[in-house]
Structure formats: C-alpha cells, structure tokens
Design a protein around this ligand. Structure first.
Ligand SMILES: Nc1ncnc2c1ncn2[C@@H]1O[C@H](COP(=O)(O)OP(=O)(O)OP(=O)(O)O)[C@@H](O)[C@H]1O
Ligand SMILES: [Mg+2]
Length: 254
C-alpha cells in the first residue's frame, strides 16, 4: 500500500480522495449513476443531497462496506479495489469518521471511548502514550475535564464533541462527517461548526462533510457538491450555488 500521495501523478498529487464514475444499484433502484468527486488536500468539501439520494451508500463504498457496481475509489493514492483486507484496515486508520448522532459507547467512560481506536488500530502504545493522546484530543475540543465521565452525563453537544475528539485521535488525513449538526440546537450547532473549522486549521485535514444544514454548509465549505439523481448535479462555492437560478439547485438553499 502506498502511504503517501507523493508518487501519484503530479496533476493529482493534491487530491486525497478521488471517486470516479461510481455506479451502485440495488435491484431496480439505481442509487449512484456515475458519481464523481475529488477531495483536495486541506479542503472542506460539503456534499448535499436529499434524504435517500445515496449519501450513506457513497460513504459505504468509500470505506469498502459496499462494493460499487462500477467505478473507482482512490484514497491517498490507493485504488481500494486492489487492497487486501489488512491494507484496507490500515488505510481506514487515516480516515476519521464522525457518524450521525455521536455513536459513543454508552457503557464506557470518555477516556475509554477515546482509547478504543488506539487499542484497535495502532501498534501497542504504553498507557502513558495513550493518556497523552487522549488529553491532546480532548484539549482540541475543549473538554479535558470530562475524561472520567460517562456519555450519559454529557449534553448532546458535548457528546458530539467527544465523538469528534475520537475521530481525531489517530490524526487522520481525511475526516468524513455525516450530518454533524443534525439534532443539535442552533447554538450547539454553531459550536460544532466552529470546531470543524478549527480542526481543519489545526490539523490540516481534508474533510468530506455530508449535511442538510445550509448554515453549516455556508460556514465550513470551501466547495459544495450537490448529489442529485445519482450524479454530481452541481458544484461550486456556497455563493455560486446559493445564487443559482436553477430551480433544482435553489431548492437546496431554501
Ligand atoms: N443495503 C441496501 N440494500 C438495498 N437498498 C439500499 C441499501 N442501502 C441503501 N439502499 C437504498 O439506497 C438509497 C439511498 O440510501 P442512502 O442511505 O444512501 O440515502 P441518504 O442519502 O444517506 O439519505 P439520508 O439523508 O436519509 O441519510 C435508498 O433508496 C435506500 O433504500
Ligand atoms: Mg444517510
């Protein structure tokens, strides 16, 4: 497995994730019909699409949980269809996920939740090393004091910040956010959105952000892609798309 993008073609070396002409159908239900996307190094790319448009299917194709019918997915220069299971597992450690909801383990403390990816994915770390990584991740979301609390003792917004800390702990090159602000009140949403921007700045991560939240898209996006009828229907900056005269595009920004 290639571990850097340095040996990919020059014109593409700036691209950390490339989806090319992806097709996926379930029987008669054609979900992806030739979808393509490039995530550039260091950018926040927002993907918007209606409920049922195939956003989760796309993510599952990215991480190898679903096999596309046709098309190519390249992550950090690796064509994932050519990777062995162990190489795929290793590559997944360069991707942080913030799943819809917070998906913390209820029966584990915050510390144990954060240690989980460390125990699962990396070489054996000493407890001192783990402690340092746990606190560094908690620091970046401003929640060091919660280290020994249980998820049930935290507010919804705090839980989501802990989930973000957990996604960051392996210092991923790419973060995929699935509906990061759904279900949060406007003030907490704003906190999460600001945090997403500070993560981009501090860790220089590239992020793919799936959201329905127009405010979130406005504040975090460097670029937006609209997924419609299984293809990338439109692509541009927030200003370009929100000022479009196309009725289908307009519908997203109401
Ligand atoms: N494993 C599966 N088997 C059959 N059909 C599936 C499967 N997974 C998804 N689908 C179908 O694919 C389509 C897209 O689903 P997907 O979950 O990707 O939507 P989404 O864009 O993530 O929607 P939402 O915004 O509601 O999360 C839906 O019609 C769904 O029924
Ligand atoms: Mg979904």
């Amino acid at each position: 497995m290639k571990t850097t993008t340095s040996n990919t073609r020059d014109s593409e070396s700036n691209i950390v994730l490339q989806i090319e002409n992806l097709y996926k159908a379930f029987g008669e239900n054609k979900v992806l019909n030739g979808f393509s996307l490039d995530l550039k190094n260091g950018e926040n790319l927002v993907l918007m699409g209606r409920s049922g448009s195939g956003k989760s299917v796309l993510i599952k194709c990215l991480v190898g949980l679903l096999k596309p019918d046709k098309g190519k997915v390249e992550i950090l220069g690796n064509d994932i269809s050519t990777l062995s299971q162990s190489d795929m597992d290793e590559l997944r450690t360069s991707i942080g996920f913030l799943f819809q909801g917070s998906a913390l383990y209820d029966s584990m403390t915050v510390r144990e939740n954060l240690e989980f990816p460390l125990r699962r994915h990396t070489r054996k770390l000493s407890s001192k090393e783990m402690e340092a990584l746990v606190f560094e991740a908690l620091e970046s979301v401003g929640l060091k004091h919660t280290v020994d609390l249980m998820p049930a003792e935290l507010s919804g917004g705090m839980q989501r910040r802990i989930a973000l800390a957990r996604a960051l702990i392996l210092k991923p090159k790419i973060i995929i956010y699935d509906e990061p602000t759904t279900g949060l009140d406007p003030i907490t949403s704003k906190e999460i959105i600001e945090l997403m921007n500070s993560v981009q700045e501090k860790y220089k991560t590239s992020s793919l952000i799936i959201t329905h939240d127009v405010d979130c898209a406005r504040v975090v996006s460097n670029r937006i892609i609209l997924l419609l009828d299984g293809v990338n229907y439109a692509e541009g900056t927030f200003n370009e798309l929100s000022n479009s005269n196309d009725t289908k595009i307009k519908a997203f920004f109401k």
